[in-house]
Design a protein around this ligand. Structure first.
Ligand SMILES: [Mn+2]
Length: 422
């Protein structure tokens, strides 16, 4: 069996390249080694049957003859299926466009070239082999090039990507589908980080809110982390997020923390101080009222707003810092309002014989929306709402007692053991 492996949290470039390869290797099947990017997942929910996908669990290791790895050269991006790489007498081929990567997948054949998308490499091989594609194939491959080149706008885009996309369009791409799924918001580096963040995100439910955090590592400073944080919030439905990004070298723009907090654009300021070394950038986002990342980041030298703040730290115990911030943040999350907080006290009570006019006056004086009616023993026998009174007054019952306005049955929502204590 010939298998094509997409990296964990597969993106459109991995899927597009894999689909193209199934045409170069007739009979081969695609394995998503560990889930897919949410947009790809949405796409596959509708289009899965159009492609030669196979579940990891239904593969018998002994039947594997060759493995083609697309869009990565790292074992740890293959999740559990990485163990197949160690099978004896399996041919391994890598197709990738990432440069300067410490490759740790043993490969029999390497196809690594500096183009904008891995899919472009596969398109060129299909062209050379004069293989025509159907619309489903051309469309998912075009999405791969769109995704990794920001629809041909990113720095790494080459003329080869544009030519490959043009060839795919000539094969019959469904433009409606491209419009639905292509998204040019994040640079390839940020897209990779997004996949990594989605795979490693941790979250906890606090007072009914989803509070998430994730730690990332990059060799050097990556601009645009705040847009990554925004995207994570959108994709995961988190109510709050702490994104911790640790990097080991490169210049650190001094003004970055403030700028990142204030805008979600990818532009980075160059009003920077030059210094090399380890640093940790923290970005906090929240939609939960009463929480305040700014207040938590201020003592660390950062800032922003309560709902979006950032700070960059040098040195320190990274894990301890993240853990402490999460503890502080969770303590800020308010509990949902209880009846005690919403109710008015003291309780204004009236007697059944009180007139509707008088009840209305009491209600207006205290600004309540209802009144409790008690009998001569002080026991609650009914409740009158402002609406009840308005209707009665509208019908001219100014001097009638309130008695007629409530039913004679009082239902008790307290647990029976409390209700019995009357
Ligand atoms: Mn790619």
């Amino acid at each position: 069996m010939d298998l094509i492996l997409c990296h964990t949290t597969a993106d459109f470039d991995a899927l597009g390249a894999a689909v193209g390869l199934t045409r170069l290797l007739p009979g081969s099947r695609i394995v998503l080694s560990g889930g897919a990017h949410p947009t790809v997942r949405d796409f596959l929910a509708l289009h899965r049957n159009e492609y030669a996908l196979i579940e990891r669990r239904s593969v018998t290791a002994a039947s594997i003859r060759s493995l083609s790895v697309v869009d990565t050269q790292k074992r740890d991006r293959l999740g559990k299926v990485a163990e197949w790489l160690d099978l004896p007498s399996v041919t391994i081929t890598i197709y990738d466009h990432h440069q300067a990567v410490d490759r740790d997948i043993p490969a029999t054949h390497l196809h690594i070239e500096p183009v904008g998308a891995t899919t472009t490499l596969i398109v060129e091989k299909l062209q050379a082999a004069e293989i025509a594609l159907n619309t489903s194939e051309a469309t998912v491959m075009a999405l791969g090039i769109h995704a990794d080149t920001g629809s041909l706008t990113f720095q790494q885009t080459t003329a080869r990507d544009a030519a490959a996309l043009a060839w795919l369009m000539a094969q019959g791409v469904t433009m409606r589908t491209i419009a639905d799924y292509a998204d040019s918001g994040l640079s390839p580096v940020l897209q990779d980080l997004l996949s990594q963040a989605l795979a490693e995100l941790q979250s906890e439910e606090i007072q009914g809110y989803r509070v998430a955090w994730v730690g990332l590592y990059t060799p050097e400073f990556v601009p645009g982390l705040s847009s990554l944080a925004s995207r994570l919030m959108e994709l995961t439905d988190a109510d709050a997020l702490l994104l911790a990004s640790h990097y080991s070298r490169g210049t650190l723009p001094q003004a970055q923390s403030i700028i990142e907090a204030q805008s979600s654009s990818q532009s980075s300021s160059q009003s920077s101080s030059q210094s090399d070394g380890e640093a940790l950038t923290l970005i906090g986002r929240s939609r939960i009222e009463a929480t305040d990342w700014n207040q938590l980041f201020k003592p660390l030298g950062g800032g922003g707003h309560s709902q979006a703040a950032a700070v960059t730290l040098r040195g320190g115990d990274r894990e301890a810092i993240v853990a402490q911030l999460m503890t502080q943040f969770k303590a800020q999350v308010p509990h949902p309002p209880t009846a005690r907080e919403l109710m008015s006290a003291p309780v204004r009570t009236i007697r059944p014989e009180t007139t509707i006019d008088e009840a209305q006056r009491i209600l207006l004086r205290y600004g309540h929306s209802g009144l409790s009616v008690v009998n001569s023993q002080g026991q609650l026998i009914g409740v009158i709402s402002r609406r009840d009174l308005d209707i009665a007054l509208h019908h001219g019952f100014h001097h009638a007692p309130v008695e007629g306005l409530y039913g004679d049955q009082l239902e008790d929502d307290r647990p029976p053991y409390l209700a019995a204590r009357n």
